[in-house]
Every structure is written in structure tokens, then in C-alpha cells.
Design a binder for this molecule. Structure first.
Ligand code: ARG
Length: 569
């Protein structure tokens, strides 16, 4: 696709008196295939050439009539556009060859040039449930992590754990009164949450508990040994439990810098804000007024001296810039924190940090689980592990039924189950609320991971039946691809690089996810109309190369969504 663009850029540049690179920026993919494969819009030229855009398109069309390039075979005006049509044989050759050579690197580029991108994601709160919002952050953040890496950025995953705050005072009190070490060790995440809930129940009867908790948190903040060792113990056990979920999901963070990591830096932040003169004291509290930006005021220090979530986020942002010199800094956090991030970025800007504009909140909507065995009702929390287990269990039942002789049922079920959870999330525009429907996310013929994984496994099986792991490369094969279904599939495969790029630029893995559905669909349409193994040898070879390229595109794309593509299922 890029080569095609460049060719067109070269031809058009002298005709329109522009740089080839400017032409490239203007080229668009037409909405309908009958309007060609790339279109040059003539609107911007109207002023310069003192003609209407359709007249310009027509004039350019006349100049290019009868001409063709290596990768395009004709250019035709249509309304204000000049439409270019690919030369199918050369184009197919280029696409198949590129996928063949680049293999698992196909679609990857180096536009990031090694620059750092920090991605703050997952970030659960100790003693509070790993909730649905954290599932979304984990899945979306991890995919962005992989996508940025594929573009040559150096992705830095940061788990901004909620590991500081008054809840630790409450936990210490609850554990001292009612806690049991054995139960804590067994399932720390769940048990700490139970203690937290119990604390809130007991405090109704016995308000003194609140004072006790406050005084324990004070002790913790001032570094009291006993308090610190409880905190460390809770934190360590929780981290171990999270780590096992992350490893099941194939996720590794570069840093577990939770909120506590920034405690040492808060004085500096407060000083900075005061030096810049953007804060004022109000009844003993320290506040940044943002009224002229239509934002509510930010409190950085309470009158009792305690700092807040946003104070730690200010410190974290500065720390990340100083430590990693990021090109971009992403925060994959639910839409309910939009205001928080607007305030945060505004304060950074007022502090004179130009890089504040490279900080991006990547918000997302909520998931609701449909009624049934795991519905989300008020007060009932959904635990990530339960969701994963349930999905894998259901996947296993389906596989058992569809393919009873399969050897690696366990690993296939794990891939399909986890894929269903991830894709059920990632295939939706992230800002929308989604309703998670078990039947739907595991439907092998719906818009699901299983649908894509199944196309992938099917291709693997055809290639195996053809007698080798990989079809051999053949320079002439592409010229035998003539059917409309074949050419459409080739064109679809060629889009992977730009889909990856677009996903990164808009922070939307859903673009890639939707695209993979298209690829699987085009493959099925092709396979329905064009036999592979029963066609004559030359065509068979060409089609094997085509489906092998399809397999590669599906695997590469799924990989960037964090989804495994099994060879059999
Ligand atoms: N722990 C927070 C929560 O669960 C999310 C943290 C997001 N990251 C950040 N830098 N504020 O709401």
C-alpha cells in the first residue's frame, strides 16, 4: 500500500505542483471499491488553479489517460476525485512477497524510532476488588502496549497500584481485630477485600474504629515500624496474587510503581506549585484554582497535611518524564476519571511543562455482564479470575462438542476462552459501555475471537494437508490470482500496517479488532468460492501462498490484541 502511494505521489506531484509527500498526505481510501483503491481529492487545488475540483480531476484524468504505473493500471476522474485502480498482478506480487519475507514482523514498522511511551494500565487498588474497570484497563492497556512496541516505540508498562491511602489504616485495624494469617495467605486479594467490607460494617456499631484506623494510617505515614510491616505484608501478598493473573494473560509490567512510590516526591511537588505561584492556601488546605479553565479546583494538600490521589499523580507524571523522557504518556483509565486527568494535565501545563500535551488519558466505558451466572448487580463484584475461568470452561465445552478428537483441548480452550474475554472488550469502541454476553463472545460464527481463530486454524489445516508446514515461494504465483475474491483478500491483507498505525494514533485497538473480522470474513468468502487443494497445481500454489499470508496477518493481528492463535481447535 505504501509503495502504491509513493508511486502515485511521484506521478501526481509535477502535475499539481506539489511535493510528492504532500500528495501522499492527501490520498484517501475511497468508501466503495468501485471508486478505485486510492483517491486524490482535488479540493485543495481549486484556489491555486482557479478551477472547480471536478474540472481539476477531469484535467488530471485526461493527462494520465492511457498511462499506468507498476502498481496501478488506470486513473479515472469521478466528481472532485481522481481515482486510481491497482494493477492486480503486480500488486498481489508485492503484498504476498512482503508478508512472505517479513513473517511475524509484517505490519510492524519503526516510526517510533525507539522513543519511550509510558503506558499506565491495569492499576488495581489493594483491598478493593479487581473490578470490571480494571479488566478493561488491563486488556486495552496491554494491547496498546503491544501495538506501540510493534511501531518501534519502546513501550514501558507501569502498574500504578493503589497501594497507599486511608484504607490501609482500616485494614490494619480489621486484621488486628478479626484477621487470620492462614486465610490471608490463601486468597489475599479476596480476603483483604472482605476485611475491608467487615470494617465498614463494624464501624456502624462502633465508631471508635474509625479513629483507630486514622491513627494507624498516621503511624504508617510517619514510618512507624509495625504499621509499615503490615502494609508491606498486605502489599506483597496482593502483588503475588496479581502476578499470577497477569502471567496467565501473558502480561509483564516494566514497573510496579504504585502510588506509594511517589511519597518521597510529594514535598517537591508542593514546593514547585508554590514557587510557580499557581496555588493558594485556603483554610489550611493547598488549592489550585482552575476556574478560568472551567474546571473545579484541585486540592493538593488537606488541612491535616494529608496529600491526595492527584498529588501523587502530579509527582508520577514528573517522575516519568524525568526518568523515561517519554514521547507520549498514556493513562488507560475509565471515563469516570476524565475530570481528574483534565485537572492533572492542566496543572502540569500551568507548571510550565510543555510535555503536558504529550500526556493522554485513554478513557473507556463500563462493562455490564448480562443476566445469568455472572450478572453485575449493585454490591456484587466480578472478579477477573472468575471471568477467565468461566470463559475457558465454556470454550472447553464448545470445543469438546465441535472437535472431540482434538489433542490439545486444554490449551485450545485457554486460548479461545481468554481470547473471547479480550476480544469481547477490544472489538467495541472503547468509549462505549458494553454489555458482556457470554453466548455472544463465544459464538464461533459471530464477530468474535473464536471466529478469527477458527479461520486461522482452518488455514493451518489446509496447509498441513497440502503436505508441508509452509508452501514454497514462487515468483509467478501471484500472477495466477485473478478471481475477484482473491484480489479482494489480497487488498484486505495489505491494510494491516495502516490499521496498526491507526489503532495506535487513536488509541483504539478496536480498529485492529474490527479489521481482523474483515480479514476472516474475506478469507471465508474466498474459500467458499475458490477451492485450494483441489485446484490445478499452479493455482493451488498461488492460493496456498495467499492463505498462508492470511494466516500470518491473522496471527500477527491477534497477537497485538494479546490473543493466541492456535493451529488446531
Ligand atoms: N488505582 C486507580 C483506580 O483504580 C487507577 C489508577 C490510574 N492511574 C493513575 N495514574 N491515576 O481507580
Amino acid at each position: 500500500m505504501q509503495k502504491l502511494r509513493e508511486e502515485i505521489g511521484k506521478v501526481l506531484a509535477p502535475l499539481v505542483e506539489m511535493e510528492a509527500s504532500q500528495v501522499l498526505e492527501l490520498l484517501e481510501v475511497p468508501p466503495e471499491p468501485e471508486y478505485g483503491d486510492l483517491a486524490f481529492p482535488c479540493f485543495t487545488l481549486a484556489k491555486k488553479m482557479k478551477k472547480s475540483p471536478p474540472a481539476i480531476a477531469k484535467e488530471l484524468g485526461d493527462k494520465l489517460s492511457g498511462q499506468k504505473g507498476r502498481l496501478w493500471e488506470k486513473a479515472e476522474p469521478r466528481g472532485p476525485y481522481l481515482n486510481f485502480y491497482i494493477a492486480p498482478k503486480n500488486y498481489s506480487f508485492e503484498v504476498l512477497k512482503k508478508v512472505w519475507e517479513e513473517e511475524e514482523q509484517f505490519g510492524h514498522t519503526n516510526i517510533g524510532n525507539g522513543q519511550n511511551v509510558t503506558i499506565d494500565y491495569s492499576s488495581p487498588n489493594i483491598a478493593k476488588p479487581f473490578g470490571v474497570g480494571h479488566i478493561r484497563s488491563t486488556v486495552i492497556g496491554h494491547s496498546l502496549y503491544l501495538i506501540y512496541r510493534a511501531l518501534g516505540y519502546s513501550s514501558i508498562g507501569i502498574n500504578h497500584l493503589g497501594d497507599w491511602g486511608t484504607q490501609f489504616g482500616k485494614l490494619i485495624v480489621a486484621f488486628k481485630h478479626w484477621g487470620e494469617e492462614g486465610k490471608l495467605k490463601e486468597d489475599p486479594v479476596d480476603y483483604l477485600y472482605r476485611l475491608y467490607v467487615q470494617f465498614h460494617q463494624e464501624v456502624e456499631e462502633n465508631p471508635d474504629l474509625d479513629d483507630e484506623a486514622r491513627s494507624w494510617f498516621k503511624r504508617l505515614e510517619s514510618g512507624d515500624q509495625e504499621a509499615v510491616s503490615y502494609w508491606e505484608h498486605f502489599r506483597k501478598l496482593s502483588l503475588e496474587a496479581y502476578a499470577s493473573i497477569y502471567s496467565r494473560l501473558g502480561i509483564e509490567f516494566e514497573y510496579y510503581h504504585g502510588e506509594s512510590h511517589y511519597n518521597q516526591m510529594l514535598d517537591r511537588v508542593i514546593n514547585l506549585v508554590q514557587e510557580q505561584g499557581i496555588a493558594k492556601e485556603s483554610e489550611g488546605a493547598l488549592i489550585v484554582d482552575l476556574e478560568q479553565y472551567d474546571l473545579p479546583p484541585v486540592m493538593l494538600r488537606k488541612k491535616d497535611g494529608a496529600t491526595l490521589y492527584i498529588t501523587r499523580d502530579l509527582a508520577a507524571a514528573i517522575y516519568r518524564k524525568e526518568t523515561f523522557d517519554f514521547a507520549r504518556s498514556l493513562y488507560v483509565v475509565g471515563a469516570e476519571q476524565t475530570l481528574h486527568f483534565q485537572q492533572l494535565f492542566k496543572v502540569l501545563e500551568l507548571l510550565g511543562f510543555e510535555w503536558a500535551s504529550n500526556c493522554v488519558h485513554v478513557p473507556f466505558g463500563m462493562i455490564r455482564f448480562k443476566e445469568g451466572r455472572m450478572s453485575t448487580r449493585a454490591g456484587k463484584i466480578i472478579l477477573l479470575e472468575e471471568v477467565l475461568d468461566r470463559a475457558v470452561e465454556m470454550a472447553r465445552e464448545i470445543i469438546e462438542e465441535k472437535n472431540p478428537d482434538l489433542e490439545n483441548k486444554d490449551s485450545a480452550a485457554e486460548a479461545v476462552g481468554l481470547g473471547a474475554v479480550r476480544f469481547g472488550d477490544l472489538s467495541n469502541d472503547r468509549v462505549k459501555n458494553i454489555e458482556f454476553d457470554w453466548e455472544k463472545v463465544l459464538d464461533f460464527s459471530g464477530e468474535t475471537a473464536a471466529y478469527i481463530q477458527y479461520a486461522h486454524a482452518r488455514i493451518c489445516s489446509i496447509i498441513r494437508k497440502a503436505g508441508s508446514d509452509l508452501p514454497a515461494w514462487d515468483d509467478n504465483a501471484a500472477s495466477l490470482l485473478e478471481k475477484e475474491e482473491e484480489i479482494t483478500l489480497v487488498k484486505t491483507l495489505a491494510q494491516l500496517p495502516e490499521k496498526i498505525f491507526d489503532s495506535a494514533e487513536s488509541y483504539k485497538p478496536s480498529i485492529l479488532a474490527r479489521y481482523l473480522i474483515d480479514v476472516a470474513r474475506e478469507f471465508n468468502r474466498f474459500y467458499h468460492n475458490c477451492p485450494v487443494l483441489s485446484s490445478e497445481p499452479g493455482v493451488q500454489q498461488a492460493r496456498l501462498l495467499l492463505i498462508n499470508a492470511t494466516r500470518q496477518v491473522l496471527a500477527n493481528g491477534l497477537g497485538l490484541l494479546g490473543i493466541v492463535a492456535p493451529e488446531e481447535m
